[in-house]
Design a protein around this ligand. Structure first.
Ligand SMILES: CNc1nc2c(CC[C@H]3O[C@@H](OC)[C@H](O)[C@@H]3OC)c3nc(N)[nH]c(=O)c3cc2[nH]1
Ligand SMILES: [Zn+2]
Length: 384
């Protein structure tokens, strides 16, 4: 707005906006501005389901290069409850993360974690997988929970159908999700500086995806997620869908692919126009000894690492690679020492952020194809 510089800064601080800076083919790079900081895209968002990125301090997550992290409505509403987090000053204060936070709306977790679920037009009633207590999630309740948490990017309450499913079931579910998207938008209201993202559904059906995209455009959102994927369809089917789905969504808004993925999934999704992704893989794998490197996956549990003095990756600057040998990491993993989860999670998240930084600069320079060829060639080298 006009007025003094101060006002302008004030307006800026309250704004949520996406600046698309460069494209290379269908790949894009830019910056999402939020009152709590900028998000460089393409962005990988570490998952902090229960108000913590497991085995990581928030400052360490920041050091890996993450600009934003994720929380989950489903987990936090059950424990410690959104009302308690609100009373304690909101999720940022609670978990000591002052950057942007995106929270999922709960629909996906209810279907994958809760017991005794009952789905109606109103929403989903279910029993907590923690203590068996009964709960109800509706678009309105999901918006209220995410407001209480104080998240900067709020996801619509949707239904994510498990694949494979027949077309009729996919269509019915997508239409319900679109009605819930409208109710989510109404319940979200007008919250300057906070964003509401719609979630496209429609399975692997191009026409249903187009119908969903049109319905979301009509309602109008600050960003758009490609939902309903990474649910067991496999990479070929997912890429087939990403060959059309992202471009059915508005070009000038961020596109978020939920739940993806392995490093090569991420590169393929960025090549197809995706700006934001999240996945538990790097952090969960850090705890199970699966280590991602430029050359592919190292399973640190394997006995062949027992005497290996080399770092995981001599070109990596993370604490695990700077200070420790594979032999040490093998030892502490085998001994189930807590430091094992800390070091391997840090390395994996650092590796994922290096991947994103490499793609952002390649897209900005118009050399994304060369970068991708290098990425694929390195993984073929083997001997890791
Ligand atoms: C893994 N594959 C996958 N995850 C998915 C998630 C959960 C991500 C959420 O789940 C948490 O990690 C399990 C993450 O914290 C993330 O929160 C944003 C989805 N969420 C919604 N609302 N709608 C979808 O269509 C959807 C599709 C997914 N596919
Ligand atoms: Zn490392």
């Amino acid at each position: 707005g006009l007025g003094t510089k101060g006002n302008l800064r004030q307006t800026d601080r309250m704004r949520f906006s996406f600046d698309l800076q460069a494209t290379d083919g269908r790949a894009r790079t830019g910056v999402i501005s939020t009152p709590r900081g900028d998000i460089r895209t393409p962005a990988f968002m570490p998952v902090g389901t229960a108000a913590t990125v497991k085995a990581m301090l928030p400052a360490s997550v920041r050091q890996t290069g993450a600009d934003i992290l994720l929380g989950n409505t489903y987990h936090l509403m059950l424990r410690p409850t959104a009302e308690r987090i609100d009373r304690l000053g909101g999720l940022h204060r609670f978990m000591d993360w002052d950057g942007p936070i995106l929270t999922d709306s709960g629909g996906f977790q209810v279907m994958s974690l809760a017991a005794l679920r009952k789905l109606t037009e109103e929403g989903v009633s279910f029993k907590s997988h923690i203590d068996g207590s009964r709960h109800m999630l509706t678009p309105e309740r999901s918006m209220e929970i995410q407001r209480l948490l104080g998240s900067d990017i709020v996801m619509c309450f949707d239904e994510c159908p498990a694949l494979p499913a027949d077309r009729a079931a996919i269509e019915k579910s997508m239409q319900l999700s679109m009605r819930w998207a409208a109710r989510s938008k109404d319940a979200f209201g007008d919250r300057p500086g906070h964003a509401l993202f719609g979630i496209q559904q429609g399975g692997l059906e191009e026409d249903l995806r187009a119908e969903s995209a049109a319905a979301l455009r009509e309602i109008e959102f600050d960003g758009y997620a490609v939902g309903g994927l990474a649910v067991g369809e496999g990479q070929a089917a997912m890429f087939g869908c990403l060959d059309y789905a992202p471009e059915q969504l508005p070009r000038d808004k961020p596109r978020y692919l939920m739940g993806v993925g392995k490093p090569d999934d991420i590169v393929g999704a960025v090549a197809r126009g995706i700006d934001m992704m999240d996945c538990v893989l790097p952090s969960r794998s850090g705890r199970t000894g699966q280590v991602f490197t430029r050359r592919g996956v190292v399973n640190i549990k394997n006995a062949r690492h027992a005497d290996d003095p080399r770092p995981l990756d001599e070109q990596c600057s993370c604490p695990a690679c700077r200070s420790y040998s594979r032999a040490y990491l093998h030892h502490v993993f085998r001994s189930q020492e807590i430091i094992s989860s800390m070091l391997l999670t840090w390395h994996n998240l650092h590796y994922y952020q290096e991947l994103m930084a490499g793609m952002r600069s390649a897209i900005a320079q118009g050399t994304f194809d060369q970068w991708t060829s290098g990425f694929m060639a390195e993984r073929a080298l083997g001997d890791i």
